[in-house]
Ligand binder design. Structure first.
Ligand code: PLP
Length: 354
């Protein structure tokens, strides 16, 4: 793919690396490419970051044909630019787009676009402890039509945002509300895709949990509301009697890159990992008996988020005295060590951008 470069005439002042927060600042450039039926992808370019003009009838604004990805670039101690398993994001976006009947951006071009953009924005990759450059690829339907059908035009964009340590005070457990009223996904739906619509449908549960004093919800399966699936916008894992349990990838759960990496690490350390349906009743019973040793969410943004408390129908289970578990901490340290190029990468997950 040929990518044209359009130079910016005024570069921004970079924010303070110690007060980045998450997703508040955006870099100087963005990647843009358009697709038209009959023509395919065209006009790939890296151009100054700027607002996008849309026809009010653009289909994304009405019927939500929109998908996205989330990944990070890191600066290694040797000052190299590192990406973490970017080909998995490229593949997942293709899968999401296929489900939503959207044009597919070729996987090799996806990785190339991310690499060229982070090279242009190398100075935007923060270097303070725990920071990284969050990369947000996304695609949306731009055909001007209010008839319901797959759009005949799409725009693919990648923007970058320098982000701080997700936990400025270190990794700390959060309180989780087990959600029974709202559901996130059902088999046959879009739960396995990263699409904006999934998030729009989950905001009500998030708002409810926050009102009740909880950080996130634990989603149960959408049919029986009996089996645990995900926590907020993360995959979720439980350590019970020294074995690990997480929901299987069967169409309702997002196939997380972090989830996949954590499972590989756990198996390499000799742990048994059950990718299986775990009933909420069995989980709470394990908590009551003291067999639920650790619990944590996994995702690119936070990497690992320990769970200190579960509330299911007013029944409260506290996990590991509301402290980060030993295995949770070891997983966090190992995975972030690999991502930041500080420890050996036995799985060849890290890609050095040349
Ligand atoms: C993005 C996401 C995850 C985590 O995926 P990663 O590839 O690990 O970042 C988990 N669940 C949902 C619903 C997500 O959108």
């Amino acid at each position: 793919m040929d990518i044209k470069f359009i130079k910016s005439e005024n570069l921004k002042t970079k924010p303070d690396q110690n007060a980045l927060g998450f997703g508040k600042y955006f870099s100087d450039y963005m990647f843009v490419c358009e697709w038209d039926e009959g023509q395919g992808w065209h006009d790939a370019r890296i151009q100054p970051y700027a607002p996008i003009m849309l026809n009010p009838a653009s289909m994304v604004l009405h019927y939500a044909q929109e998908t996205f990805e989330g990944m990070k670039a890191y600066k290694s101690p040797k000052n190299e630019i590192l990406l973490f398993r970017p080909e998995m994001n490229a593949r997942r976006m293709a899968n999401s787009n296929e489900r939503l009947c959207m044009a597919i951006f070729p996987e090799a071009d996806f990785v190339q676009a991310v690499e060229e953009l982070v090279k242009v924005e190398a100075d935007w990759i923060p270097t303070a402890e725990g920071t990284s450059l969050y990369i947000r690829p996304f695609m949306f339907a731009t055909e001007a039509s209010v008839g319901v059908h797959p759009s005949k035009k799409y725009t693919f964009v990648i923007v970058c945002s320098p982000v701080g340590a997700y936990y400025p005070e270190g990794v700390n457990p959060v309180k989780i509300y087990v959600e029974e009223e709202y559901v996130r996904a059902v088999r046959g739906g879009t739960g396995f895709t990263k699409c904006g619509g999934n998030y729009a449908g989950s905001v009500a549960a998030q708002a409810k949990a926050e009102k009740l004093g909880y950080t996130q919800v634990l989603w149960l399966d959408g049919v029986e509301r009996k089996y645990v699936e995900e926590v907020g916008t993360m995959n979720v894992m439980f350590k019970i009697n020294n074995e690990i349990y997480t929901a299987p990838i069967e169409g309702t759960v997002l196939p997380g890159v972090t989830r996949d990496s954590i499972i590989a690490l756990l198996k390499s350390w000799g742990y048994t990992v059950h990718e299986t349906h775990l009933a909420i009743d069995d989980l709470m019973a394990a908590g009551d008996k003291g067999e639920l040793e650790e619990a944590f969410g996994t995702g690119t943004a936070a990497v690992i988020s320990p769970i200190g408390e579960l509330n299911y129908r007013g029944h409260i289970v506290t996990i590991n005295d509301f402290k980060t578990g030993e295995l949770t901490q070891k997983l966090y340290d190992t995975l972030t060590g690999i991502q930041w190029g500080k420890v050996e990468d036995p799985f060849n997950w890290v890609r050095v951008v040349k």
